[in-house]
Ligand binder design. Structure first.
Ligand code: AP5
Ligand code: MG
Length: 218
């Protein structure tokens, strides 16, 4: 795979984190999840976390100015020189335009957008059933891929956690924010010829296999 900026797009629960983690390992490039960066700031009590927590818990988007600054700082680091994966950014037209300018400045790195398309009826179950390992970041699902023991990670035995925004009310707001603010980016990237749609309703291994084959030659 050439050095490029890979963007994982898709509704909440589409499987962005699940697939981005695998691609990052396979191609040895950093996986940058803006949701994860915000959750770490919340957990660590950083000023950024204090500003973002209320919005996140309610399922609303954090303002563009904050998100663009975070991403610009992160991708300017040395480990992103040979490419990187963005998961959860951009998710507004303002963020997409900012990223276009940023990539122009950064040696005109090529952009490829992977859009995980998932049947909406699956999303609620994926989100309410999600559990995450706070130590290794592995993502489980109590309905679709449960851990061997209900409450601990198979790999490091850490107690699994449930995200604060995986409550039905917040999920509804997140899905609405996706439809309103993020789904217009599909046309935006299609018009630029950088969009690749992936059927994300299949099992995770089938999706990973397709992505691997596609990215090897991309
Ligand atoms: P973020 O963390 O990005 O959340 P999200 O977009 O709502 O997406 P999720 O992480 O919930 O889903 P995912 O697609 O990663 O799915 P996953 O792989 O975990 O953002 C959180 C919040 O931060 C936002 O609401 C906002 O407030 C703020 N924020 C972040 N970025 C921002 C930005 N750029 N601008 C403004 N605000 C921002 O999978 C979900 C579940 O399904 C898991 O249980 C998994 O095991 C399971 N699963 C995955 N794939 C499959 C499959 N193929 N089959 C069956 N189950 C599957
Ligand atoms: Mg995620």
């Amino acid at each position: 795979m050439k050095a490029q900026a890979l963007v994982f797009m898709g509704a909440p629960g589409a499987g962005k984190g699940t697939q981005a983690r695998k691609v990052a390992t396979e191609f040895a490039i950093p996986h940058i999840s803006t949701g994860e960066i915000l959750r770490e700031a919340v957990a660590g009590g950083a000023p950024l976390g204090l500003a973002a927590k209320e919005k996140m818990d309610a399922g609303m988007l954090v303002p563009d100015a904050i998100m663009c600054k975070i991403v610009e700082e992160r991708v300017s680091r040395e480990d992103c020189r040979n490419g990187f994966i963005l998961d959860g950014f951009p998710r507004t037209l303002g963020q997409a335009r900012f990223m276009d300018e940023m990539l122009q400045r950064q040696d005109r790195m090529r952009l490829l957008v992977l859009n995980l398309q998932v049947e909406p009826v699956l999303l609620m179950k994926r989100l309410t059933g999600r559990r995450t390992c706070p130590v290794c970041g592995r993502i489980y699902n109590m309905f679709f891929n449960p851990p061997a023991n209900d409450s601990v990670c198979d790999l490091d035995r850490a107690r699994l956690i449930e995200r604060a925004d995986d409550k039905e009310d917040a999920i509804r707001h997140r899905l609405a924010a996706y439809d309103r603010d993020t789904s217009p980016l599909i046309d935006y990237y299609e018009d630029r010829g950088v969009l690749h749609n992936v059927n994300g309703s299949r099992d995770p291994e089938a999706i990973a296999k397709e992505l691997h084959g596609f990215l090897r030659t991309a």
